[in-house]
Design a protein around this ligand. Structure first.
Ligand SMILES: [Zn+2]
Length: 224
């Protein structure tokens, strides 16, 4: 056991592990949800235009979007610089004008960020544990995004800015910890994730309430 821990406590193991976790979280079911999500109505179409593909393939509307294609080589996001659109275009070039194609570059970049963060932590601290932790935090960032209602509040140091001195209130999307209730218990007897049931069992002449595995063919006590 000690030998195993020593073998796993290496920077390269930490870096590879967090990178695999990050890649899994980013690439699995990448094509879901179907269709354009939020500003995907702009950037994939712009990327498709950069590739020189047809209005039909790029799903350009015949009306105003075609007008902007003629004028600006874009459908509405020409105010943004082109590098990111070229990156999206690479994915579309490789995998086609579909959900996977226009998202794969983001998944690659997001995974690379985790890899580079882990490498940077290793260079800074020289410790596999800190490397794993830094990579882990980056890998699971924004896994659980929650809505928070916030009232307007004064901004710090606003007396040195040319703006009104209030941070506007509203509904904000914030990253939060994943609630423990989203995790299932793994039964020590049958080694499967299970819901928790309660039963009364006789133990040393007393009746005790115990937690049991809810799997039909198991029903073993969970805590021993
Ligand atoms: Zn079980």
């Amino acid at each position: 056991m000690r030998a195993l821990v020593t073998r796993l406590n290496r920077p390269v193991v930490a870096i590879v592990a967090v990178t695999i976790l990050a890649a899994g979280l980013r690439f699995v079911h990448l094509s879901h949800p179907d269709g354009y999500v939020f500003d995907e109505v702009y950037y994939p179409k712009a990327a498709c235009i950069l590739l020189g593909w047809s209005d039909e393939t790029c799903t350009i509307d015949p009306g105003d979007e075609h007008y902007w294609r003629e004028k600006k080589w874009d459908v509405g996001s020409w105010v943004h610089p082109p590098l990111g659109k070229w990156e999206i275009a690479m994915g579309i070039k490789a995998f086609g004008m579909n959900e996977f194609g226009w998202r794969v570059s983001s998944a690659v970049a997001g995974t690379a960020v985790v890899l580079l963060t882990a490498v940077m932590a290793q260079l800074l601290f020289g410790s596999a544990i800190w490397t794993a932790l830094a990579g882990l935090l980056m890998a699971v960032e924004n896994l659980n995004v929650v809505k928070r209602h916030r009232r307007p509040r004064p901004m710090k140091d606003a007396s040195r800015m040319g703006q009104t001195q209030i941070q506007p209130g509203g509904v904000f999307d914030l990253a939060a910890a994943v609630d423990v209730s989203n995790v299932m218990v793994v039964c020590p007897a049958c080694n499967r994730a299970t819901r928790v049931g309660y039963e009364f069992r006789e133990s040393k002449g007393r009746t005790e309430k115990v937690r049991v595995c809810r799997r039909a063919d198991c029903h073993e006590v969970l805590d021993r």
